[in-house]
Design a binder for this molecule. Sequence first.
Ligand code: 5GP
Length: 179
Amino acid sequence: CGSCYHRFAMVKAFIQAGEIQDVCARIAREISDDYRGESVVLIAVLKGSYQFISDLSRLIEIPCEIDFVQVSSYGDGTESTGVVRIKKDHDINIEGRNVIIVEDIVDTGLTLKHLCELLSTRRPKSLAVASMLSKPEARKHEALINYIGFEIQNQFVVGYGLDHAEKFRNLPYIAVLGE
Ligand code: 5GP
């Protein structure tokens, strides 16, 4: 339920697993419609997007290839350092391909802006972004998101891939850290 504490005493679920699955189905349908007759390369941003890419890709009905990038993140804290560094690059050649970046959450927009700029230099046919979560109030860098799961308030969330000091990624729902 939306107001009770779950298996982990200190996290409070506010987006339930069922709602997340409905959103994955909606975004997969939109992508399958938008790229009908074509194929896409889904590039997930590790580690936070691992649950989303898994659920989303299983529901997409057009041919797709899957790859991963990893960028430097917040470390063990909850504040952005303002520095984006590529730790792992994608392997698939994206020149002339329809690319969709799959993100867990867009906060300030710095990571996404940097990734879009980098991938654009590799001359994809098209570049789009799908993000499970977006915090519009936290935005400091312009970031166009084509497929958004949920818009949330400016608060730190965990679960469904998102961590706090590497914990809580495995939760099947999205939660806020409790008191
Ligand atoms: P941005 O560059 O947009 O500020 O931040 C993007 C990255 O910061 C996300 O991919 C995620 O790793 C991390 N992040 C931003 N907000 C949150 C949050 O509320 N919870 C967690 N766990 N990570 C966040």
